[in-house]
Design a protein around this ligand. Structure first.
Ligand SMILES: Cc1cc2nc3c(=O)[nH]c(=O)nc-3n(C[C@H](O)[C@H](O)[C@H](O)COP(=O)(O)OP(=O)(O)OC[C@H]3O[C@@H](n4cnc5c(N)ncnc54)[C@H](O)[C@@H]3O)c2cc1C
Length: 393
């Protein structure tokens, strides 16, 4: 093994954490040096940001504690520029410069508020614990006054946020605004349960029209309707940090880093994008950003880097979805089981059992990180079976 190899992991979210810890375990007793970079020393459980918005306090997981004993060097700061020719990363505008031989690019994604006028100034997002907590404080005020809240976007984040907020604040009037019917990606029965829960929690669902503007006290729709809103949450559209594009690394039209079959950047093979920041394709289509798909990219990349350092061959990355787990408040949920390409199977779960399933999924990453300090935990459930098997040439 090349002993002097320097690996820098950018981003200590769900995927960067696993990649760094697994790499450290797999390269223990060598002189491979791993550095993990993240703006905050606290690990952000993005899967639970809607819970923060509903006023719940989360357990505090500190990154230095999670990597304790691994030998990983933690640098608290934001990567602000990459120089792929010099193989350096500037942290906090050059306050620190890190040199790498391999760069794991795990900067994640965020909700894009630039798509509709007014969303950036008049809407909150779930893009981090601070803004989610500010939204929670605003919701307390609005609920006390018996006001209204609009949740824009009927994808999984919008559904989870609307139900969590309605359950936590029975006095609030919650409207979920979505161009498509929420739950279109689910089967009929799971979707029917979803809509039953909207009724039970008193959530109004407004569909079939686009949002054209977010105002300080309302959401304007393309058909002319104004949906009143004392606090608006924006959950739709995805953006990724511009670092890769700015550095001349090949990206797709959304700024996600283009990768080959072994998840190397197609333009800079020493750069290994994982998680939401990577544009990963399977034979059935493009992987969309989830923890479910991101964690396997982290596991695969840590293993691939280790194998390459040992001069071994690496097989292509394969992944298949297994489920769409959606919380509907703390006591209900719906789990739609899926085929590898994320289309629904017949099987689904609902109610308290589903809530327990979803909670198990959401709380699994931290114990996986802790265990990964000592063993190679299998963090991928499905490689996609026949759907991702490439016939031998
Ligand atoms: C409310 C909500 C619910 C969700 N529920 C589910 C679910 O049930 N199942 C599921 O599979 N997925 C779910 N997701 C999606 C899931 O959270 C993401 O797919 C996952 O977080 C992606 O992991 P990641 O490591 O790529 O990015 P992240 O977890 O976002 O981590 C990125 C990290 O990079 C850091 N970073 C950003 N910029 C810089 C920089 N310049 N320098 C250094 N560090 C930087 C960030 O601070 C962060 O720590 C949900 C998302 C939300 C918002």
């Amino acid at each position: 093994m090349n002993n002097d190899h320097r690996i820098v992991v950018l981003g200590a979210g769900y995927t960067g954490m696993l990649a760094a810890i697994r790499l450290a375990h797999r390269t223990r007793r060598t002189a491979v040096r791993i550095t993990l970079v993240n703006p905050s020393a606290r690990f952000t459980e993005r899967l639970r940001m809607h819970q923060v918005a509903a006023g719940q306090e989360l357990a505090e997981h500190r990154i230095p504690d999670l990597i304790d004993g691994t030998g990983i060097a933690f640098v608290q700061g934001a990567a602000t520029a990459i120089d792929p020719d010099a193989r350096t990363v500037a942290i906090d505008d050059g306050a620190v410069t890190l040199h790498y031989d391999t760069l794991v690019y795990a900067l994640g994604s965020a909700t894009d508020t630039s798509l509709v006028p007014g969303a950036d100034v008049h809407a909150y997002t779930l893009n981090g614990p601070q803004i989610a907590a500010r939204f929670a404080a605003r919701l307390d005020e609005v609920a006390a006054a018996g006001g209204t809240v609009a949740v824009c976007g009927g994808g999984l984040t919008g559904i989870e946020a609307a139900t969590e907020i309605a359950e936590a604040h029975p006095g609030l009037r919650v409207t979920l605004i979505s161009r498509d019917t929420p739950g279109t990606m689910m089967g009929d029965k799971a979707r029917a349960h979803l809509h039953k829960v909207f009724d039970r929690l008193g959530i109004s669902v407004r569909t079939g029209t686009a949002i054209t503007k977010v105002l300080p006290d309302a959401v304007h729709l393309a058909d002319g309707e104004l949906v009143p809103s004392d606090a608006t949450l924006w959950t739709t559209g995805v953006k990724v940090p511009p670092l890769a594009a700015e550095a001349g690394i090949a990206v797709d039209d959304r700024g996600m880093v283009l990768v080959d079959a072994t998840l190397r950047s197609v333009s800079h093979p020493d750069i290994r994008p994982i998680g939401d920041a990577a544009a990963v394709r399977m034979p059935w289509g493009r992987i969309h950003g989830t923890c479910q798909s991101g964690i396997p990219t982290a596991q695969y990349t840590a293993d691939a880097i280790t194998r390459e350092l040992r001069g071994r061959r690496v097989k292509p990355f394969r992944f298949g979805y297994i489920h769409q787990p959606v919380s509907l408040g703390r006591r209900d949920a719906v789990i739609q089981f899926t085929r590898a390409d994320d289309t629904p199977r017949r099987a689904y779960l609902k109610g308290r059992l589903a809530a327990l399933y979803k909670e198990t999924v959401s709380s699994s990453p931290v114990p996986v990180y802790r265990l990964s300090r000592r063993m190679n935990v299998r963090a991928q459930v499905s490689k996609g079976g026949r759907a991702t098997r490439v016939p031998a040439a």
